[in-house]
Design a protein around this ligand. Structure first.
Ligand SMILES: *Cc1c(COP(=O)(O)O)cnc(C)c1O
Length: 233
């Protein structure tokens, strides 16, 4: 087995163990292989080793590699998304994890409409507060989702996405993940149209075990699969 294959097998074992702790099965947690800066041949290797979902943080990378990557995968846009680039990926990605402002919702709604599709999105929440650039503040999430739900009919909100900052102690990270889970429960209880808290996208290479213990069912993992690389984001 290749190194990538071994890494994936190792992670899947961890996912199973940690899912079990919360009474779930391994299949209840989606493993997204984050492939930023990874070339298409390595992505296809990961797909051969069982990866079904891939995540990119930049539109250019999706466009550059899209045609070279095996067709039977789901694409996730996990990085911050500029409104003027929505048109390039609207027909390519299956889930946008970074919906975090009304102007972006408006553009996604428009482009989805033109493409005759309903775009599935997660709302990015700024749980750790440190990276204040991205994500909706916790106290604004409900209002934001209410606005999207009532105004943008070509968007379906399927959950929340959050990131804990790298420097946190594991136990502090846990508290952030708990908060995101709590918000998702609150929103689910509001029964808004086209809003379903099906996914909680939280957990990366360094903290996915804790995230799963706290209810994550979508983990975004790059380094632990493909090794260290330079991230420019
Ligand atoms: C890069 C990235 C990841 C994966 O990070 P690793 O530490 O390499 O696992 C997850 N989510 C987002 C939004 C990213 O940009």
């Amino acid at each position: 087995m290749s190194v990538i294959g071994e890494n994936i097998a190792e992670i899947k074992k961890d996912i199973l163990q940690n899912a079990k702790k919360t009474g779930r099965a391994a299949e209840d947690v989606v493993l997204i292989a984050v492939t930023k800066t990874v070339e298409a041949d390595k992505m296809n290797e990961a797909i051969r080793e069982g990866i079904t979902d891939i995540g990119e943080n930049k539109v250019q990378e999706v466009l550059r590699k899209y045609d070279e990557v095996e067709k039977n995968v789901r694409w996730h846009l996990i990085g911050s998304l500029q409104s003027n680039k929505v048109k390039y990926i609207i027909d390519k990605v299956d889930l946008i994890h970074s919906l975090d402002r009304i102007s972006l919702a408006k553009e996604i709604d428009k482009r989805a409409g033109e493409n005759g599709k309903i775009m599935d999105c997660l709302v990015q929440v700024n749980i750790s507060q440190e990276d204040s650039k991205h994500g909706i503040a916790k106290e604004d999430v409900v209002e934001f989702i209410r606005t999207v739900s009532s105004n943008y009919k070509n968007i379906r909100i399927l959950g929340l996405m959050g990131m804990a900052s790298f420097t946190e102690e594991p136990e502090e990270t846990r508290a952030y993940f708990k908060q995101l889970k709590d918000i998702s429960i609150q929103i689910e209880g509001m029964n808004m149209e086209s809003v379903k808290m099906e996914y909680l996208s939280m957990g990366m290479s360094n903290d996915y075990r804790i995230a799963i213990q706290e209810g994550s069912n979508m983990v975004r993992i790059g380094t632990a699969i493909f090794g260290e690389r330079n991230y420019e984001s």
